[in-house]
Design a protein around this ligand. Sequence first.
Ligand SMILES: C[S@@+](CC[C@H](N)C(=O)[O-])C[C@H]1O[C@@H](n2cnc3c(N)ncnc32)[C@H](O)[C@@H]1O
Length: 265
Amino acid sequence: MAQYDNCAADYVLAKKDSFRVDVEYFTFLHRMLLPVFQQQNANVQQDQLLAGKRVLDLACGDGHYTRKLKEHLGASEVVGVDISQAMIDIARAKEQAQPLGIIYEVADVQSLSSPAVKYDVITAFYLLNFARTNEELKRMVTATSNNLADGQTFFAIITNVCGDESTYNNEKHRKYAFMREAKLKNGFLSDGDEVKYTHFNDRDKTSFSYITYYLSPKTYEQVFKEAGFKTFQWVPFESDPKVEDRAFYDDFVQYAPAIGIIASK
Ligand SMILES: C[S@@+](CC[C@H](N)C(=O)[O-])C[C@H]1O[C@@H](n2cnc3c(N)ncnc32)[C@H](O)[C@@H]1O
């Protein structure tokens, strides 16, 4: 059974946390998508950013971001895939309730086939951090590369592998509604080490956890290169300058649970 089959409903609730909007989506839109697409067309409107583009959203989960790609960013066609049947069931139920024309499929990205017509944009929010080994990461990134048209860009967000040791086992994170636990050796993690994430939902005092896997920044960069990506850029999380509680978020992003990747073929 896929890890997310057990906590699909909890995960959907956690998506309502303000950090998802004020930090995660802000970074994705303003520090990842806009800089790339404004280079092509400086006057492009936000709601038309993906106009005319076929987009593949890997590990789409319940369709939280998959829907935004179409509804808020104007993508012409969107396909979402996820290994978890429970997640895809929720995504399809949302599509049925409010149709946007998005197609959802259950699939393991590691064994995704290559389409006849490749995608113009591929996104993956929290997929790559489930690769347990260099080889699994390579299969995911190669499948992504095989689905992406030449010259086009892959936007990924992964759990933060670039933070120092203070970002692990730090009780301070409890106030940010998450904890990241790992067994460090001499202050370091090695490729394949488990990292347990727990999200706390303060509204109903519940929490849920899942296991991700550490692979070093160097391993990521090497794997992307081997899979045929010509450029690779890390994008640290930033918060929306308009958030009310600036001090809280300035502190939060120093321990950011996630980081972005922009890679072009
Ligand atoms: C943290 S959730 C993110 C969901 C969604 N992208 C979002 O940000 O709301 C991670 C998702 O990755 C999916 N996943 C993990 N390994 C996968 C794989 N090998 N192929 C496809 N999906 C996978 C899980 O089932 C889960 O839905």
